[in-house]
Design a protein. Structure first.
Length: 424
RNA sequence: GGAGGAAUACCCAAGUCCGGCUGAAGGGAUCAGUCUUGAAAACUGACAGGGCGUUUAUAGCGCCGCGGGGGUUCGAAUCCCUCUUCCUCCGCCA
């Protein structure tokens, strides 16, 4: 979340920056007014409390000396009532401010281009050559059904729409990619591997920014506890350090985590209904970093390179874009999307997203570090990126490596994991 | 699922029955110093942090803080309610 202290210094600047995302943020001014009232009340209440503490101490002294304290006690009797009245108002104001801060997205960074839709994203690089075919490339859902490695019909029997059964070498391809990506990041790129819980509490969802605004996107566990299915490894892994002061020598912390992610896709009805591009359940290998503020953009670019490496090794053509303000995620200051070429779509599709939240999530999650033993704690910067979405990588391999006879050649780096060089 | 027990500062731990000189004893670890060529030992000293408010201020002062939240009271680590986590035993289970 944003810092109310900084907002009150310059509210119009925050309103202007937030408006770049689209929407009305004029309520910020009201928050600043409420914050002023909040501080007034605190000053008053604390004066009264100081008096009460002092007087109570006197009562204690008198009683210990077996003296009569009833007169002094009468004097303070009503102090509690007075405090309570102030605290009712204070609580109301604080809840208002806190809720609005939770509902307010991050301000876009300087390098985030202003725009409304993904059409305003800026392409910064293309890599790999788009393959040409002497036949009409077919979409992955047909390839998968023909090869009997993806089973959509039976998946809907078991679970419903937007679920898929992987079968035979299809299942092995998914598993091979999970291992290939995890090995690359954990062993080659030196990220510490994490295997987190997939069921997550509400505090964690609030800390990374999913809640309260996007509660509809999560699968809720039917249980008296407030528990939800993991929507992305970003949530459990950032929350590893919630309410912690990280020893400065540990920074930067780099984690990689394979998780299965679950999403309602509530706002995507009718989009990508065929195939496995958009599923309620999908696998992802994620990269997460905690850094000092001054290093976060350097680490962001390194993270982008680590993600790109997956596609380079798989020899898949892709491009990188910078998301514009209208496409930027709620908690993020700056985001790169990696988009892979899909022949049957004749376009690039998102396969990974690499973002810097700066201190936005750290402030929500209360994650700090101290430069020295006596220094004041500062918020870390949090970064997260895909490394990559596994299901979409399966799609990219199937489509880009398809042959005229309907078979799929396995990329060389995956052969040790697949124990075969072709799916037929 | 059943029956008990516990949560105090970096760690261990006293205090909780019987509320007030406990804003938290004591020990360990750590840091600094004395001694030493250096180190160890011994001795001396420091050692609650974090948030909030006020403020030019990482100075002062104040408020909060003994697992979290709430309550009783002039006053709560101590009493009451509630939640969470951990431990022991029984049952069940991959």
């Amino acid at each position: 979340m944003l810092d109310i202290k900084m907002i009150r210094e310059n509210p119009q600047m925050f309103v202007e920056l937030l408006s770049r995302r689209g929407g009305d943020f004029s309520y910020i001014y009201d928050m600043v007014d409420k914050d002023k009232r909040r501080r007034e009340i605190i000053s008053q209440v604390e004066k009264i409390k100081a008096l009460r503490n002092e007087t109570s101490k006197q009562i204690g002294l008198l009683k210990r000396e077996k003296k009569d304290a009833s007169e002094v006690m009468k004097k303070v009797e009503n102090i509690g009532v007075e405090i309570k009245a102030f605290e009712v108002e204070l609580k109301e104001i604080e809840e208002y401010i806190h809720y609005n801060l939770l509902m307010t997205p991050n301000i876009p960074g300087k390098e985030t281009p202003i725009g409304d839709t993904e059409d305003d994203n800026i392409e910064i690089k293309q890599e790999g050559t788009i393959p040409t075919y002497d036949f009409e490339p077919i979409p992955h859902w047909d390839l998968g059904t023909n090869l009997d490695i993806l089973d959509f019909e039976r998946a809907s029997k078991i679970s419903g729409s937007r679920f898929t059964v992987y079968k035979g070498l299809g299942a092995r391809l998914e598993r091979a990619l999970i291992n290939f990506m995890s090995d690359l990041h954990a062993i080659e790129h030196k990220y510490t591997e994490i295997l987190p819980p997939y069921i997550i509490n509400k505090d964690s969802m609030i800390a990374t920014g999913q809640f309260p605004k996007f509660e509809d996107d999560a699968f809720k566990v039917l249980d008296e506890r407030d528990l939800y299915l993991n929507p992305t490894a970003e949530v459990p892994v950032i929350n590893l350090h919630r309410n912690e002061i990280i020893p400065v020598e540990q920074l930067p912390i780099r984690y990689t985590a394979f998780t299965t992610a679950f999403r309602q896709e509530a706002g995507s009805a009718g989009r990508d209904t065929r195939g496995i591009i958009r599923q309620h359940q999908f696998n992802k290998v994620e990269l997460i970093k905690f850094t000092k503020p001054e290093n976060s953009y350097k680490e962001l670019d390194l993270m982008l390179k680590d993600s790109e490496k997956v596609l380079q090794l798989l020899k898949l053509p892709y491009r990188v874009v910078i998301l514009c303000t209208g496409d930027l995620g709620f908690s993020m200051r700056k985001t790169y999307d990696i988009e892979v070429w899909l022949p049957s779509f004749r376009t690039y599709r998102e396969i990974g997203s690499i973002s810097n939240a700066e201190d936005y999530q750290a402030r929500r999650a209360n994650i700090k570090f101290k430069r020295t033993k006596d220094a004041k704690p500062e918020f870390v910067h949090t970064l997260n990126g895909s490394g990559l979405a596994v299901g979409r990588t399966v799609v990219a391999i199937m489509e880009n490596y398809q042959q005229k006879d309907g078979t799929i050649v396995i990329p060389e780096v995956l052969i040790p994991y697949m124990k075969t060089d072709i799916i037929k």
